[in-house]
Design a protein around this ligand. Structure first.
Ligand code: URA
Length: 246
C-alpha cells in the first residue's frame, strides 16, 4: 500500500499542470475523486485504484504511464515535427506534460503499434540495442514476394551504412504481396531498406507486435490504451526470452 498523497500533488504527478494550477482546479470544483467532488487540494488520498475526474474527463491514476498506441499514417513520432502533425497531438495533454516518449519511432507513413512511457528505465530497457526484442511488421509490396527474397531476408542483407548484415528472424508470407517479418534491430528505415536490398519495395508498412505484446484487435487507429501489470510482464518476459536465446 503506497502512502496517501495530497490531491494537488497527485494531479501534478499526472500532468495536469503546475501545483498551483492543480490546486486551483480543485478549488474551482473541477476535480472528482472516486466519484465524489473534491474540496480540499491538500486532502491526502490513497492512490491505489484511484480514479479522478478532471474537468469532466475520467482519469485513472498511474504512477508511471505505459501505453499502447495505434499510429495512423501521416503523423510523425516527434514532438517538433517537420512536415506532418505529431502523434502527441492525438493524446490527452497531461501525457505530454508529464514527458511521455515513444519507445522507438515509426516513419510518418508507417502505421501500427507503438509503446509509449514516461518511465526512462523502461524506455531504455525496450530500446537499447543489447536488449533488442522482436518486432513484427506486416509489409505490403507492389511486386509479388518470392521465396528467393524471403530466403535472402532470413539469410541477412547488407545495408549501405553498415557492413554487418541485418536479417529477419522470421518471415510468414500472408499473401502474394504481403509478408509478416520479424526483426530484432531498429536501424533507420530498416524494413524498407531490407526489402529494397532483396529487389522488392514497401508500399505499406504496419507494425503488429513488439516482443510478446500483440496490438489489441479493438484498438482503432489513433487510439491509445493503458498497459497494465500483465502487459508489462509480457513485455519484460520478451526481453528475458530474447536473452535466453542469445
Ligand atoms: N522500418 C522502416 O523502414 N520503417 C519503420 O517505420 C519501421 C521499421
Amino acid at each position: 500500500m503506497s502512502k496517501p498523497l495530497p490531491l494537488e500533488k497527485i494531479l501534478f504527478s499526472q500532468g495536469f499542470g503546475t501545483r498551483r494550477y492543480c490546486s486551483d482546479l480543485v478549488l474551482a470544483d473541477l476535480v472528482m475523486v472516486n466519484g465524489a467532488l473534491a474540496e480540499d487540494p491538500d486532502e491526502r488520498i490513497a492512490t491505489e485504484g484511484l480514479v479522478l475526474n478532471v474537468e469532466g474527463k475520467d482519469w485513472e491514476f498511474h504512477e508511471k504511464a505505459y501505453l499502447a498506441f495505434n499510429k495512423p499514417p501521416n503523423y510523425e513520432c516527434s514532438h517538433k515535427t517537420t512536415h506532418h502533425p505529431s502523434i502527441y497531438s492525438l493524446l490527452p495533454k497531461p501525457f505530454v506534460e508529464r514527458g511521455l516518449q515513444c519507445v522507438g519511432r515509426l516513419d510518418f507513413d508507417t502505421t501500427g503499434l507503438i509503446l509509449m512511457s514516461d518511465d526512462g528505465q523502461f524506455i531504455h530497457k525496450m530500446t537499447t540495442p543489447k536488449k533488442n526484442i522482436g518486432k513484427v511488421y506486416e509489409i505490403t509490396t507492389p511486386e509479388p514476394i518470392t521465396q528467393k527474397q524471403i530466403d535472402h531476408l532470413l539469410r541477412g542483407v547488407v545495408l549501405d551504412d553498415d557492413p554487418k548484415p541485418c536479417f529477419a528472424t522470421a518471415c510468414h508470407q500472408l499473401s502474394d504481396n504481403t509478408l509478416a517479418m520479424t526483426i530484432v534491430e531498429g536501424r533507420y528505415h530498416q524494413v524498407k531498406r531490407m526489402m529494397a536490398a532483396v529487389g522488392n519495395h514497401v508500399a505499406q508498412l504496419h507494425r503488429t507486435e513488439i516482443g510478446q505484446y500483440v496490438m489489441p484487435a479493438d484498438l482503432a487507429e489513433g487510439e491509445w490504451r493503458w498497459l497494465y501489470q500483465d502487459d508489462l510482464k509480457q513485455l519484460s518476459q520478451s526481453v528475458e526470452h530474447y536473452h535466453a536465446k542469445t
